[in-house]
Design a protein around this ligand. Structure first.
Ligand code: MG
Ligand code: MG
Length: 248
């Protein structure tokens, strides 16, 4: 179901997303060689709870942690573990979801662990920029095909693969609401955005093929060619004049 939010509801979503953003900023300071992804998860849980919010991922369809930690060729939905210790040169995508007074925040960033290669840095930068190439065209009346096309054409101009099997989504009282928000598309096609809709836009960009598969743990999505992947996500409010990024 597609939902339109009232100004009171938007205010609560703004708060949920600020907690989410600040949690990711806090985690950034801890991302160094030698830390486990389990430790990052514990830090996130403690931070979110301290802010009087709830980690929305914990228990979602049975997910066992408060954040997703996806290292290198892992695209999304990586499960934090004591056994996964970050190493110099890795990249890690962290996806974080928060619930504040019943309203959801959703955001993701990809971070460098120590010194990384120029190729991996470019992948992170282009993934983030592809998000901004998409949002800059947004306002009420714009179609999702135009948004997806803007993200896709930017990322593909670097020879990267745009993940098709996972997409962004509407967000509100539920973390995943309609409509689906693909990072690819045809200009002039797709659902027409409306004033006071909130959507999570989340390009997942691979250095190589766009093709991905799920590991046997039932969660972790990895690239088919084992090349690295990056993820960048924000929750965005659509307005008559443009947009507001709630998780920045
Ligand atoms: Mg997310
Ligand atoms: Mg999301």
């Amino acid at each position: 179901m597609i939902t339109i939010k009232s100004s009171e509801e938007i205010e609560l979503m703004r708060k949920a997303n600020q907690i989410d953003r600040d949690c990711l900023l806090m985690l950034q300071d801890h991302i160094k060689p030698g830390i486990s992804t389990k430790k990052l998860d514990e830090l996130a849980y403690d931070y979110i709870v301290k802010c009087n919010a709830k980690p929305s991922f914990l228990g979602y369809s049975g997910f066992p942690a408060s954040i997703c930690t996806s290292v290198n060729e892992q695209v999304v939905h990586g499960i934090p573990s004591k056994k996964v210790i970050l190493e110099e040169g890795d990249i890690i995508s962290i996806d974080c979801g928060t619930i504040y007074k019943g309203w959801n925040g959703d955001a993701a960033r990809t971070f460098a662990v120590g010194k990384i290669s120029a190729e991996k840095q470019q992948l992170i930068d282009v993934t983030q920029q592809s998000f901004f190439e998409g949002v800059k065209i947004l306002k009420a009346g714009v179609r999702l095909g135009d948004l997806g096309h803007a993200i896709q054409s930017y990322a593909e101009s670097f020879g990267y693969g745009v993940v098709r099997d996972l997409v962004g989504h509407g967000i509100g009282k539920d973390m995943h609401e309609d409509p689906a928000v693909p990072n690819y598309g045809k200009p002039g096609f797709g659902y027409r955005l409306r004033n006071n809709m909130t959507i999570a836009i989340e390009p997942m960009i691979n250095m190589g093929t766009y093709k991905v598969f799920q590991l046997e743990d039932g969660w972790t999505i990895v690239t088919q060619d084992d090349k690295p992947s990056a993820h960048y996500e924000n929750t965005v409010l659509i307005t008559e004049e443009g947009y507001e990024i709630l998780s920045l």
